[in-house]
Design a protein around this ligand. Structure first.
Ligand code: C2E
Ligand code: CA
Ligand code: CA
Ligand code: CA
Length: 278
């Protein structure tokens, strides 16, 4: 029993050490990633389910660590939020996205609306609107082509500053989307106060449209978003059955593997040309 206990504890110790060193390895890597181009962007189309028109793309960040390989943003974004790098990383994403807009346009594509994920601490930063404005000017892109996705976590830091920044962004003509709706903390009162143009319904509410119970949840969320007069985007749409259901519910935008996985800039251009022909 004694040796078993020792083995168990060393087993856990090694898991902790492994987790710790992976985390440290990633954190150290992040510092060089910006300089050495270990980041790249992928784009996932968003489609109006009834007309099949492209509403825009969501911009998603990718990170290839030189030793660990591809790392999910779900793993490295929280690390950036903790180590103070998130603003810098977000600025990199915005610059790259604007640069890509211009490249696609030069290649004869129509301007694509791009939805960019912004962490709560970045959005509530009082200088964020100013920084964005500077980038729009530098890349000569109109603010109507950029949409910001914020999560319900922004309500944790909700203050008069939050409202002020979001209102300032709205004045600049930037549309705001509430991401992962239904999966976190949100106050309906604050939702009413904030200038939110879009609500993205979390994948979990779309997963089982064939179940009566799950459909009841989805339906009531859709009713609510209609009352708030927000545009609705359903995330994680993977099947025809889900699309058919959404078509019956109105002018909804869907995003998910059913239409396309997130694609590199080059892949997206080809996807677009092929989609247009259909
Ligand atoms: P999110 O904003 O909710 O993004 C949607 C996630 O769902 C993406 O994961 C996307 O690849 C995935 N997805 C899309 N369609 C489907 C589907 O049909 N089925 C399934 N199972 N998954 C689908 P990804 O790219 O791994 O990103 C994870 C999260 O990391 C994002 O969740 C977002 O919160 C964060 N993130 C990604 N890029 C950025 C960024 O540039 N800045 C910030 N702050 N966060 C980012
Ligand atoms: Ca998002
Ligand atoms: Ca989401
Ligand atoms: Ca998410």
């Amino acid at each position: 029993a004694k040796s078993k206990g020792r083995n168990t504890s060393s087993f856990y110790t090694s898991i902790i050490e492994e987790t710790y060193s992976r985390r440290t390895t990633i954190e150290n890597g992040l510092r060089v990633a910006l300089e050495q181009n270990h980041f790249f962007l992928v784009y996932q189309p968003q489609i109006h389910v009834q007309s099949n028109e492209i509403a825009g793309v969501e911009v998603l960040l990718r990170y290839v660590h030189p030793v660990l390989g591809m790392i999910s943003p779900a793993e490295f974004i929280p690390l950036c939020e903790n180590n103070g790098m998130i603003d810098e990383v977000t600025h990199w994403v915005i610059k790259k996205a604007l640069e890509q807009q211009n490249s696609w346009t030069e290649e004869g594509m129509p301007r694509m609306k791009m939805a960019i994920n912004i962490s709560p601490s970045t959005i509530v930063n009082s200088s964020f609107a100013e920084v964005l404005n500077k980038y729009f000017k530098a890349w000569n892109v109109s603010s109507e082509y950029i949409e910001l996705e914020i999560t319900e976590d922004v309500f944790f830091e909700y203050s008069s500053q939050t409202l002020q920044t979001l209102t300032e962004l709205e004045k600049m003509g930037i549309k705001l989307a509430l991401d992962d709706f239904g999966s976190g903390y949100s106050s309906l009162r604050q939702m009413k106060e904030l200038p939110l143009h879009k609500i993205k319904i979390d994948k979990v509410f779309i997963d089982h449209v064939e179940s009566d119970r799950d459909r009841a949840f989805l339906d009531s969320i859709l009713d609510l978003t209609k009352k708030l007069e927000s545009t609705v985007v359903c995330e994680g749409v993977e099947s025809k059955k889900q699309v058919d259901y959404l078509v019956s519910k109105g002018d909804i935008i869907a995003q998910g593997y059913y239409y396309s996985i997130p694609l590199t800039a080059w892949e997206f251009k080809h996807w677009y040309e092929n989609y247009k022909m259909q």
